[in-house]
Design a binder for this molecule. Structure first.
Ligand code: SAM
Length: 237
């Protein structure tokens, strides 16, 4: 937690914040070993970043006097990430990693090799997803939550949503064996598609290429989803 991310409910006016939830309190106690008088980095969800003085800390509450939260969060990556839904534990880690890297638009997509049971996972509950996004923001000192949408049908996504997404973005399909190496140093709006643990099936690859996506590869090593997505984002942007 490199930033204490405050929700609007934590704020009392502009200059005081009270943190009461067990996770952030435990982190302040055990990791920061915080003491009254310490100055820590604070940010408010959807808002600015600054510093605050810890006025008091016990097992129930931390109280901060906030300086002006007048610094902007770091810039977002110009990418909409479409991720075939991975297994729940990998989903949790992937959401944290990509949020820390600055992704602000995430679509979780069904495809043939996504286990149908993954869509029933408690990890897909709004509050669970939000918890992973918050961990990513706290890690990276960011305050802007990504928007996460679910696309539970591959064909409806390709037919109904993909055309409008590609109208304003360059579409890149990460798939082993594609002829083109992953480009570097992009700054234009991009749609990046990453497949499930078993990969996209050939029919899905054909559909995505026919819709206007370019196939790209990361070399001969087949990477796990969470590694691939991190390597792709680092190399692309
Ligand atoms: N056996 C699967 C295949 O060959 O497609 C492996 C899938 S991989 C575990 C999961 C996803 O990570 C892939 O669908 C792809 O989007 C991405 N990925 C992993 N390694 C890659 C590579 N070397 N080049 C491009 N994409 C890769």
């Amino acid at each position: 937690m490199n930033l204490i991310l405050l929700s609007p409910a934590d704020l009392e006016g502009d200059s005081l914040a009270r943190v009461r939830d067990p996770r952030r309190l435990a982190h302040l106690h055990r990791v920061h070993r915080a003491r009254p008088g310490d100055r820590l980095t604070l940010g408010v969800e959807g808002g600015g970043i600054g510093r605050g003085e810890l006025l008091s800390l016990d097992e129930h509450e931390a109280c901060f006097a906030i300086d002006a939260l007048d610094q902007l969060p770091p810039p977002a990556l110009p990418v909409h990430l479409v991720l075939a839904l991975p297994r729940p534990r990998m989903l949790a880690r992937s959401l944290e990693h990509v949020t820390a890297l600055g992704v602000k638009h995430i679509t979780l997509l069904h495809s043939r090799r996504v286990e149908k049971s993954y869509w029933q996972s408690p990890e897909l509950a709004t509050e669970k997803i939000q918890a992973h996004l918050v961990l990513g923001l706290e890690q990276a000192r960011d305050t802007t939550l990504p928007a996460v949408t679910l696309a539970k049908g591959f064909r409806p996504f390709v037919e109904d949503r993909l055309p409008e997404l590609l109208a304003e973005r360059r579409g890149l399909l990460a798939h082993p064996g594609m002829p083109r190496a992953c480009p570097r140093g992009l700054s234009d709006p991009t749609l990046l598609l990453v497949g499930p643990e078993g990969g996209f099936i050939p029919w899905e690859v054909e559909q995505l290429l026919a819709a206007g996506c370019e196939g790209i590869h990361l070399g001969p090593r087949i990477l796990r989803v969470e590694t691939a997505v991190t390597a792709l984002l680092a190399r692309l942007f």
